[in-house]
Write a protein that binds this ligand. Structure first.
Ligand SMILES: Nc1ncnc2c1ncn2[C@@H]1O[C@H](COP(=O)(O)OP(=O)(O)OP(=O)(O)O)[C@@H](O)[C@H]1O
Ligand SMILES: [Mg+2]
Length: 233
């Protein structure tokens, strides 16, 4: 269960020789227990800020965020062990030069023997149809392949929750469907931001963020309708 209790995020910005306070999120109260939760909202509405709070990449200035009772501020390290985060541009999170090395690195805490670890990494990549690119430079992978490698790496860490920030935004239609399928098949709780309303519609719950506030949260159909009305007004 992920809980947001009266959360606000503010930044101080220099403005005309003074410091202005900009509110990125406020009044966020949520209890997230559904298996698949989609976060939708216009550019700059606060979706990434909301997602980053879940694994402590951003800390709340007010209120608290709890993951299975763990406070993201005080118990950040444990929280990050439970929450795997996937960025829009997967390249930014692939730490090593090939998929095999990257997945192997993620397995380090779990599989001590080097040969065993390499074989385990190879098997995990093969399960996602990535056997052929396992030893290719990550720079030469397609966007879809990068996302699947990032997902394989994150899952190797055995998180309980996967948070994905627009994981299909940079992909063509074929890869979009491929990556969506991989995310939809996850056993873990999945929280994803997306501009694809047809993907959001498949979630168990949709959260609409608008100008730094959660303005709707509940059944996909109603929330998506609310969002469409907001964008049209
Ligand atoms: N570190 C920061 N300093 C100042 N402003 C910030 C910072 N981070 C985010 N913002 C602002 O906060 C607002 C919300 O940003 P956020 O990235 O959460 O939006 P988003 O809904 O994810 O948008 P997009 O759909 O474009 O990804 C934006 O106006 C953004 O410019
Ligand atoms: Mg964003």
């Amino acid at each position: 269960m992920i809980e947001f209790v009266d959360v606000a995020v503010r930044v101080r910005l220099p403005q005309a020789g003074q410091t202005a306070v900009k509110t990125l999120l406020e009044d966020v109260n949520l209890q997230l227990s559904e298996h698949r939760i989609a976060v939708i909202g216009a550019n700059g509405s606060g979706k990434s800020t909301l997602l980053r709070l879940i694994n402590g990449l951003i800390e709340p200035d007010q209120g608290k965020v709890l993951v299975d009772g763990l406070d993201t501020l005080r118990e950040g390290k444990q929280v990050r062990g439970q929450v795997g985060f996937i960025f829009t541009d997967a390249l930014s999170q692939l730490l090593l030069s090939t998929p095999l090395d990257d997945v192997e690195l993620s397995l380090r805490a779990r599989v001590k023997d080097r040969t065993e670890r390499r074989e385990a990494a190879r098997a995990l990549l093969a399960e996602r149809g990535l056997a052929e690119v396992a030893e290719q430079s990550v720079y030469d992978l397609s966007g879809g392949e990068r996302q699947l490698v990032a997902l394989t790496s994150i899952l190797s860490l055995q998180p309980q929750v996967v948070v994905a920030d627009e994981p299909t935004t940079l992909l063509d239609l074929k890869n979009k469907y491929l990556v969506r399928k991989a995310f939809n098949a996850l056993e873990q709780q999945l929280i994803y931001a997306t501009h694809d309303l047809d993907w959001a519609e498949k979630a168990d719950r949709v959260i609409v963020v608008h100008r730094g506030r959660v303005v709707a949260s509940g059944l996909p159909e109603q929330c998506i309708r609310h969002y469409l009305e907001l964008m049209d007004s």
